[in-house]
Design a protein around this ligand. Structure first.
Ligand SMILES: [Fe+2]
Length: 259
């Protein structure tokens, strides 16, 4: 009996030891994983923080009237092109963000990129920011902006991207002129201001697709308009001079027709 008991205890001890060893190994693996992520975040954070500071300085130059909006667009596109995309994605913890997305049936989901959580990034960034996520065939619906300068950087997936200049504002429509219609892949950029390419429409061409966006609001001292989006039907009606008579529509109508 004693030997049986002793044997059972021995077998139990072996099982316990095995379980304990497995738990210890799992804990070590998890710790290594967490440490690895932390170390890696530390590696990429300074590079991305420096880039975000440059974005912030550029936005402040625009707000402080040191830079015209069209020059801002050019500089923003240059800065967007300078960032190493895999590095940015790692700093944003993009894989985790992408896994958490509930893709809407219509239109795009707006996600917070958490830039200020990256070590070294100032908390009081001058620009708003978001990541748009959508599934194939869905869109950031056609819209322009009042008193805003914004820019897209494709993070993942492929888009058909279209822009128009807003040439004239009327009571119920805009006159717009087509300026851009192309394929946008990871690393591709596009920008908007009150004076250039101020209607855009991006449609996902891959199963899922993601756009990084920053926007500077209320920069245009010549405008008395509240910074906002304005929705439009850019397909409208062709009129003289290569222009399109594009009816003003609301958000719901834009999503119903183009989302
Ligand atoms: Fe926009």
């Amino acid at each position: 009996m004693n030997s049986l008991t002793a044997g059972s205890e021995t077998r139990m001890n072996r099982r316990d030891f095995g379980r304990h060893a497995l738990e210890t190994l799992t804990a070590v693996s998890l710790l290594e994983c967490v440490m690895g992520r932390r170390l890696f975040a530390q590696d990429v954070a300074p590079v991305v923080a420096a880039w975000v500071k440059q974005l912030d300085a550029l936005g402040r130059d625009l707000k402080d009237q040191k830079l015209r909006d069209v020059a801002f667009q050019k500089s923003l596109e240059d800065l967007y092109r300078q960032v190493d995309l895999p590095t940015l994605l790692k700093a944003l913890d993009f894989d985790r963000l992408a896994r958490s997305v509930k893709f809407p049936e219509v239109g795009a989901e707006s996600l917070a990129p958490g830039l200020t959580e990256i070590a070294g990034v100032p908390r009081d960034l001058i620009f708003g920011r978001q990541i748009f996520a959508m599934k194939k065939g869905r869109s950031v619906v056609p819209h322009g902006h009042d008193n805003m300068a914004t820019g897209f950087l494709v993070l993942q997936g492929s888009f058909r991207g279209r822009h128009w200049d807003r040439v004239e504002d009327q009571d119920d429509h805009y006159l717009i002129r087509p300026t851009v219609d192309g394929t946008f892949k990871p690393g591709s950029v596009s920008t908007v201001s009150d004076h250039k390419d101020n209607v855009h429409w991006f449609t996902a061409e891959t199963d899922t697709a993601f756009l990084f966006n920053i926007h500077v609001m209320g920069y245009n001292l010549e405008s008395d308009r509240v910074p906002t989006r304005v929705y439009v039907d850019p397909l409208g009606e062709p009129v003289a001079g290569g222009l399109i008579r594009a009816p003003k529509i609301n958000h719901d109508e834009a999503n119903r027709r183009f989302g």
